[in-house]
Design a protein around this ligand. Sequence first.
Ligand SMILES: [Zn+2]
Length: 71
Amino acid sequence: MSVCSVPNCKKVAHESWATVSVCYGHRDEIEDEFVKYYAKKIGADERETYLSIYRLTPWGRIAERKAMKRG
Ligand SMILES: [Zn+2]
């Protein structure tokens, strides 16, 4: 069984967000951040849980590959 991808979280991952395995709690947290962000209640840099797994999402990997090509 896989473990939640959020740093320092040792819970079992039962859910996924953008192909990234996360636990129930963090799935809820990310969804909450997502809703607040699109309701413009928080800024992009305030999506802490989401940002902690961003590099593991498909678009996070694409952004990283582009950054590598540039650098
Ligand atoms: Zn978790």
